[in-house]
Write a protein that binds this ligand. Structure first.
Ligand code: MIG
Length: 636
């Protein structure tokens, strides 16, 4: 059962689509206080209580023992000391004396102190007295999640081809770069459906342009790639370059569609294009206008997008940079400065990006009312992405356009997927990738995945193979890396056959992954679940956070450590251990308990429950060539 409690007059975040009766906050079942401009909710935690949720965050599946902040952030290093990543996903399920779910529908920063300050207490707080709270009780965790998912609406379903393997790299610049990626995959029998176009395809990083020196006939190029069963997926950044003669900027500026300073002038800030205007996606007209701009690319045959920098990420604000530069005048280059002075000087510039001072200083025009960005920060990327999603649905219908975004708030899951942003080529980030899957599923984000192989740093052959062995199960299966990192396309390493073996397994599994995905969208279900959800009485299962349940049939347990030929795995019931490699399938029945399983670098491990079965089709080099009619089954 879901009960909605309304505090004050909350901003309409559009997260919930079902109309529920508003109960007064005075009836809210958890201990709470509201002071002048602060709301606090508390509940007690016993030793064994567990908190699931919070979507895209660092740390474990059980979120207890840390402090998290819902604040969409361009966080470049996903280490466990961090409190925020790109998403703001204010939903938890608590298993304690009572089992309940809680969604805090508030678009500014929400702090989740989950047994961090005091081990036995969870404290949720934010600086406002306007919010909606949804308190959910149910039979079990999964049931609570389903009830929540029902009120936030059905999850986005991308086109079928979006379940193919995808290659990306910040730095592919010319037609030839893209052709090489395509041909090297095809030549080496490596399946591929999409190649991503990062900011380098643009003319001076201007949204809705293409560099015509590098792409003299872009439409022709898109078509040619399609004839090879490759979709090109361009990036769109939130900021619009401030430049005379650039029609998107000029129109946006003229119509007042950019965010404003308190004095009514445009809030100018710096991102990749240099100085930009930030489209005011919370202004209905501006939102529609921005969505329509995608037509420039869909007219050329583009049918997929990724939206970036939409937390929004700000390298600096023009006024902030000015202030910083002015403060330099206090320093004399010929005079010695003290060490603390030096650090202060350094901080002036380190403090420029994504500063709270800037976020507090610009405004949205919401139905004629000026709303400070800070109070609605977590909606920015979502409203950007929904601007496109709404345009696509109107223009093309559902399931036609692939789209995912970096920043997100609950509600965006109806129009788009997410990717997990700038991870590292670290073994520990395979595990982080795994742990995020069930928690983002709880919030409706089904189409999701991490940069396989890792974005930052240099990826090694074994790391990529092991990561792909998890990636074959994630709906978004994309290998992406940062500018200047070591090549990590599957063909860049020796013995590409091993990569072909693993990628073929993905294509063999697509009928299963796709049908599971669709069912989860239709039934408001999770595709990936913690073992704790399925085996609530099993102490070992509850503490197992490096394995996941997948659909109704399987369990996955990837290898995430270097120089390992296998791993320990806990089977909460009898299962069949399956290894898939190319067209080879080996099976072994294992009984409930702990086992050490061996998995070679070209094998994908999977566990099928007794009495269940999963379909496999023949592999192909693209989804277009996949025969999804003739299936064989592996039985558990
Ligand atoms: O400031 O477009 O997360 O995937 O390659 C970095 C360049 C901007 C961040 C994205 C990443 C992308 C990169 N972008």
């Amino acid at each position: 059962m879901i009960t909605k409690y309304r505090l004050g007059q909350p901003f309409n975040t559009e997260a919930v689509v079902e109309e529920l009766e508003n109960h007064p906050f005075s009836d809210f079942p958890l201990e709470n206080t509201t002071a002048e401009n602060k709301t606090t909710v508390k509940f007690h935690l016993d030793n064994d209580d567990i908190i699931f949720g919070l979507g895209e965050t660092v740390r474990g599946i059980n979120k207890r023992g840390w402090i998290y902040e819902s604040w969409c952030s361009d966080e470049t290093t996903h280490t466990e000391d961090k409190r925020s990543l790109y998403g703001a996903h204010n939903f938890i399920v608590v298993r304690g004396a009572k089992l309940f779910g809680l969604f805090v529908d508030y678009p500014g920063k929400v702090v989740w102190d989950l047994g961090y300050t005091a081990t036995d207490e969870a404290v949720i707080s934010f600086d406002d007295v306007n919010a909606d709270f949804y308190y959910i009780t149910g039979e079990n965790e999964r049931d609570i999640v389903k009830q929540f998912r029902k009120i936030i609406g059905k999850s986005y379903i991308p086109p079928f081809w979006a379940f193919g393997y995808q290659q990306s790299c910040w730095g592919y610049t010319t037609e030839q770069d893209f052709i090489n990626v395509r041909d090297n995959h095809r030549k080496n029998n490596l399946p591929l459906d999409c190649i991503y176009m990062d900011i380098d395809y643009l003319d001076h990083f201007k949204d809705f342009t293409v560099n015509t020196d590098n792409f003299p006939d872009f439409k022709g190029f898109v078509d040619d790639m399609k004839s090879h069963n490759i979709h090109l997926i361009p990036i769109i950044d939130a900021g619009v370059k401030k430049e005379e003669g650039y029609s998107v900027y000029e129109e946006g500026h003229k119509k007042g569609y950019f965010c404003k300073n308190a004095d009514g002038t445009d809030f100018d800030c710096g991102v990749w294009p240099g100085v930009v205007g930030m489209p005011d996606f919370l202004n209905k007209e501006a939102k529609e206008w921005f969505g329509r701009q995608y037509k420039f690319l869909t007219d050329m045959g583009i049918d997929g997008f990724w939206n970036d920098m939409n937390e929004p990420a700000l390298f600096y604000s023009v006024k902030g940079l000015k202030k910083a530069l002015n403060s330099l005048k206090e320093y004399d280059a010929d005079k010695e400065i003290g060490i603390w002075e030096y650090f202060r000087l350094k901080d002036i510039f380190n403090g420029l990006p994504n500063s709270i001072e800037d976020y507090s200083s610009f405004y949205h025009n919401v139905d004629g009312k000026m709303v400070c960005h800070k109070d609605v920060h977590n909606l920015y990327g979502t409203f950007m992405t929904n601007s496109a999603g709404e345009y696509f649905e109107k223009e093309f219908g559902k399931e036609k356009i692939l789209m995912f975004s970096r920043a997100s708030y609950i509600g965006m899951h109806r129009k788009s997927g997410i990717w997990f942003g700038d991870n590292f080529s670290w073994w520990s980030h395979i595990l982080l990738n795994l742990k995020m899957l069930p928690s983002v599923n709880m919030c409706g984000f089904l189409y999701c995945g991490a940069d396989l192989g890792g974005f930052n740093n240099h990826c090694t052959r074994d790391l990529l193979l092991r990561w792909l062995q998890l990636g074959v199960f994630t709906p978004l299966m994309r290998n992406h890396r940062a500018l200047g990192t070591k090549a990590q396309e599957a063909y860049s390493f020796e013995n590409t056959e091993d990569f072909a073996d693993v990628l073929s397994v993905r294509y063999r599994l697509i009928p299963y992954i796709y049908s599971t995905f669709r069912r989860c969208s239709q039934e408001d279900d999770m595709m990936f679940r913690p073992l704790a959800f399925d085996y609530p009485e099993d102490k070992l299962a509850i503490e197992t956070e490096d394995q996941l349940m997948l659909g109704e049939e399987c369990m996955i347990a990837p290898i995430y450590e270097q120089n390992k030929n296998g791993r320990y795995v806990y089977l909460p019931e009898d299962m069949t251990f399956v290894k898939l490699s190319g067209e080879k399938v080996t099976t072994e029945k294992l009984s409930k308990g702990i086992h050490y399983v061996q998995v070679a670098l070209n094998e994908v491990p999977l566990f099928i429950k007794k009495g269940k079965q999963i379909p496999l089709c023949k592999p192909a080099l693209s989804t277009a060539e996949l025969d999804t009619e003739n299936l064989e089954y592996i039985k558990g």
